[in-house]
Design a protein around this ligand. Structure first.
Ligand SMILES: NC(=O)c1ccc[n+]([C@@H]2O[C@H](COP(=O)([O-])OP(=O)(O)OC[C@H]3O[C@@H](n4cnc5c(N)ncnc54)[C@H](OP(=O)(O)O)[C@@H]3O)[C@@H](O)[C@H]2O)c1
Length: 299
């Protein structure tokens, strides 16, 4: 299949592009920059800013599938400006992609990035695709992001909303940041340590995207998380164990993180327990369902 991907230069997008090419698909990456381009059979680039309409939109119509992964990082201090970037980079990109899909005579499939942030911060409740959304900043961004993608359903497009958990992979994402702290012997739980951490290994996530691409019965929201979420304390202990580093320091108090990081600290001291009900029902097999084996493979 011919796949058009936004965010294909990113942590997930680059791994997914490799996976798609390995499966014999051809891939066009839309990127704002012409730097860091790789020459590979089946891989093409298109230059353009997905948050703005432009000539790049004409490229979409020659593809069978659009994968939408562009978005400014949430790992930064949140203020009005950065919140606007987090929001606009997702909502405007999705709006422009759906407009472009609408101009195509082809029956295109849309796999659109989303996040478990949709559910907001919850305590012990187990969340599946039918659970209600949250009300915090990220939850509202994700709901609006999904609503933009769902406009494509009115065009008869198969739309899958991939509600992704925290991605654990080598060389990037949250794990790289955590490993540097642990290597200094500073690994400890955050806040109460009881908050849930819904994670997914990058390897399994790439396979989930390939699975969703091929399985045409899937549409709507799909939780892309491991079937075994862990608490922050369990995550801390598992990472300490595989890195052979102590985790004996007292937990970092939530108020301290709030003082340093502001509203963004909620991402660390609050959480949600998300389960991949649809994937399990349809027989998707996770290679790294348990946190310790996943981390051991990665570090
Ligand atoms: N990483 C996670 O743990 C995680 C968890 C849940 C959901 N997700 C979602 O999954 C998607 C991919 O995540 P990732 O970790 O691979 O992200 P990433 O490494 O930060 O890459 C995102 C890509 O988006 C593009 N981008 C960045 N800022 C942009 C902006 N202001 N306007 C337009 N495009 C911009 C960049 O492409 P160019 O520079 O080439 O244009 C970049 O390669 C994101 O939408 C993210 O919200 C990620």
């Amino acid at each position: 299949m011919k796949v058009f991907i936004t965010g294909g230069t990113g942590f997930l997008g680059a791994a997914l592009t490799e996976g798609l090419l390995a499966e014999g698909h051809s891939v066009t990456i839309l990127s704002r920059s012409s730097r860091n381009r790789f020459l590979k059979m089946g891989l093409a680039y298109c230059e353009g800013n997905p948050t703005k309409s432009g000539p790049w939109q004409e490229e979409v119509s020659s593809h069978d599938v659009v994968i939408n992964l562009a978005g400014a990082s949430i790992f930064r201090t949140w203020n009005d400006k950065s919140k606007e970037a987090i929001r606009n980079s997702r909502i405007l990109t999705t709006r422009n992609l759906v407009d472009a899909i609408g101009q195509s005579p082809k029956n295109i499939t849309l796999l659109s990035g989303s996040a478990v942030g949709y559910y907001g911060f919850r305590d012990e409740e187990e969340l599946d695709e039918n659970s209600s959304p949250g009300h915090d900043f990220l939850a509202e961004v994700v709901q609006d992001w999904e609503a933009e993608a769902r406009r494509a359903e009115e065009l008869g497009v198969r739309v899958v909303l991939c509600r992704i958990g925290v991605i654990l992979g080598r060389d990037g994402g949250a794990l790289s940041k955590m490993i540097s702290v642990f290597k200094w012997g500073l690994g400890s739980p955050l806040g109460s340590g009881k908050q849930w951490f819904s994670w997914i290994s990058l390897h399994d996530l790439v396979n989930i995207f390939l699975f969703l691409l091929e399985n045409k019965t899937f549409s709507g929201p799909v939780n892309c998380t491991s079937p075994h979420p862990v608490t922050n304390r369990e995550m801390t202990q598992a990472l300490g164990k595989v890195l052979h580093r102590p985790t004996i320091l007292p937990p970092v108090p939530a108020f301290l993180l709030k003082g340093v990081l502001g509203e963004f600290s909620d991402v660390f001291v609050k959480g949600q327990k998300v389960l991949p009900r649809k994937l399990l029902q349809d027989g998707f097999v996770f290679e790294y369902p348990e946190i310790e084996a996943a981390l051991a493979h990665l570090v």
